[in-house]
Design a protein around this ligand. Structure first.
Ligand SMILES: Cc1cc2nc3c(=O)[nH]c(=O)nc-3n(C[C@H](O)[C@H](O)[C@H](O)COP(=O)(O)O)c2cc1C
Length: 146
């Protein structure tokens, strides 16, 4: 059975609910899924034995891009996660009325590329309330690349 790990940072629960949706969809496809809040995850070696890592984070700040608080230490330690050569997908919630719409997603995407991970297509940037249809379409597309 393929294994997926979802690590999310979420302040008001939107990215958390997207994580739960992705987990449900992956489980429906036969994956064994572990969902971890960024506030609790042990980053070192977290990708070991995992076939696909999903990283989700909302964006805060105003003029500058700020990652959701709990995800900041995860990003700082991401080089210890063992992402080299791993399948990674990135997603997050934001609001397009801000200058840097889902800027955290771009920051994470850039970092995982630097670490030699294999990005599973375009990242998912959710504007406003999460939409299950959009999440399903994206997750379906991502899994065809694993
Ligand atoms: C003070 C504040 C700053 C925000 N800054 C941004 C931003 O720079 N870019 C963006 O796309 N969304 C921004 N947002 C919107 C949040 O990312 C959005 O509400 C998101 O759904 C929160 O997700 P979460 O509940 O998973 O934390 C901001 C929201 C607030 C309240």
């Amino acid at each position: 059975m393929s294994k997926a790990l979802i690590v999310y940072g979420s302040t008001t629960g939107n990215t958390e609910s997207v994580s739960d949706d992705i987990a449900r969809i992956l489980e429906g496809k036969g994956y064994a899924v572990e969902v971890r809040n960024a506030a609790d995850v042990h980053v070192e070696g977290m990708a070991e034995g995992i076939d696909a890592v999903f990283l989700g984070c909302s964006t805060w700040g105003d003029e500058d891009v700020e990652l959701q608080d709990d995800f900041i230490p995860v990003l700082d330690e991401l080089d210890k996660a063992g992402l080299g050569g791993k399948n990674v997908a990135v997603f997050g919630c934001g609001d397009s009325s801000y200058e840097h719409f889902c800027g955290a997603v771009d920051v994470i995407e850039q970092k995982v590329e630097e670490l030699g991970a294999v990005l599973l297509g375009d990242s998912l940037k959710i504007d406003g309330d999460p939409d299950t249809g959009e999440i399903t379409t994206w997750t379906d597309a991502v899994t065809t690349r694993i």
